[in-house]
Design a protein around this ligand. Sequence first.
Ligand SMILES: NC(=O)c1ccc[n+]([C@@H]2O[C@H](COP(=O)([O-])OP(=O)(O)OC[C@H]3O[C@@H](n4cnc5c(N)ncnc54)[C@H](O)[C@@H]3O)[C@@H](O)[C@H]2O)c1
Length: 346
Amino acid sequence: MNVLITGNMGYVGPVLVREIKRRNPKTWVAGLDSAYFAGCLLDRKSSPERYVDVQFYKDARDIAPCDFENADAVICLAALSNDPMGNRYGARTSEINYRAIERAASAAKEAGVKRFVFASSCSVYGSAENGECDESSTVNPLTEYARSKVSAEHALERFADADFRVSCFRFATACGASPRLRLDLVLNDFVASAVTRGKIEILSDGTPWRPLIDVKNMAETLAWASEQDIGEPYMILNAGSNGWNFRIKDLAQKVREVMPETEIIISPEGLPDKRSYRVRFDKFAELSKGHVKIGDVRDTIREIRGILTENSFVDANFRDSEYMRLNMLKYLESARAVDGDLRWIP
Ligand SMILES: NC(=O)c1ccc[n+]([C@@H]2O[C@H](COP(=O)([O-])OP(=O)(O)OC[C@H]3O[C@@H](n4cnc5c(N)ncnc54)[C@H](O)[C@@H]3O)[C@@H](O)[C@H]2O)c1
C-alpha cells in the first residue's frame, strides 16, 4: 500500500509514520510538508524524516493531482494547528486548514486515491459546559482554528462516495511523547513545568473540561483508517475515550501522582476558560475495538517526562521557546524566512 501524509513534519506525523511502518514495513510512505518546524526537535542528532520513503517540501496550498500519483490513501495533517496560530494568522488558517483541504480532496479524487483521512478536532464543539457532545451535537466553533475544521469537514462531504471514502476524525487534544514535542498542549505543558520548575501554575480556575488523547492513539487511528474502510463513505467520528475527559485541575493532580513533589498553583482570580467541553466517544470505542489501545494517562505523563529528561530538557522558560508553535512561526516571519502569507522567501 502507498500512503501520502501531508503535514508529516509536525508533532503527530513522526509518530504516525512509525506506527504505519510498525504495522507493515512494506507500506510505502511519502510525506509532504512546508517544513515550518523542521528544526524543532528535542534530539537534533537524528531526523524523524529518515523513516519516510520520500519527502516532498511543498506548500499544501499548491497541491495538484500529480502529488497523489500511485497513492492509495492520503492522510491530511497539514494545518495551522491551534488557536494561538489561528488568532494571529486568521486568513492563512482558513486557506491552509480549509481551502487547501478542499483542493487536496479534489486532487486526490482525480488521481484515483481510495481513502482520504482528515484530522479534525473536538474543538469544533466549543463551549458545551452543560452536556457531553457526540457526533450529532451542534457544532459551536469559537475560534478561527475550530471554524476552519468545520468548513473543511463540510467541504469534504461533497467529494465522498463509495470509491473515495472520507473519514474525518474529531480528535481530542493531543498529549504525549513525539520527536517533535510540542509544549503548547495542556498536559505536555504541565509535565514540562513539573520537570523544569517543580510546579504547575493553572491560568484559570481549573474547572474547564478538556478531552485528551495520546498521540500514539491518534497515530493508531489514522493508520487504521488509511488501511481499511470504516463506516459510511463519509464519516465523522469523535476520536478519544470517555475516560480521558479531564477537568484541568484534575489533570494537574494526575501529574502530581507521577511526580509527587510537584506544587500545584491555581490562580485564584482566574476566570473559567470559555473553551470547556466534554465529549462522548462511544461510537469510536465500538468501531476501533482491537485497533486503538487506550492506556492510562499516568503512563503518558511518564513518557513525556522520560523524553524530556532523556534529552536533558531544563528550559524553565519553555513558553518562550520554539516548542510553542506560534513562537516558531513568529520567528520565521521576523527573520524574513517566510512572508506574511507564510510562504518561504527564496
Ligand atoms: N495536536 C492536537 O492536539 C490536535 C488535536 C486535534 C487535531 N489535530 C490536528 O492534527 C493535525 C496534526 O497536528 P499536529 O499536532 O501534528 O500539528 P503540527 O502543527 O505539529 O504539524 C502540522 C504540520 O503541518 C505543516 N503545515 C502547516 N501549514 C502547511 C502548509 N501550508 N503546507 C504544508 N504543510 C503545512 C507544518 O509544517 C507541520 O509540520 C492537524 O491538522 C491538527 O489540526 C491536532
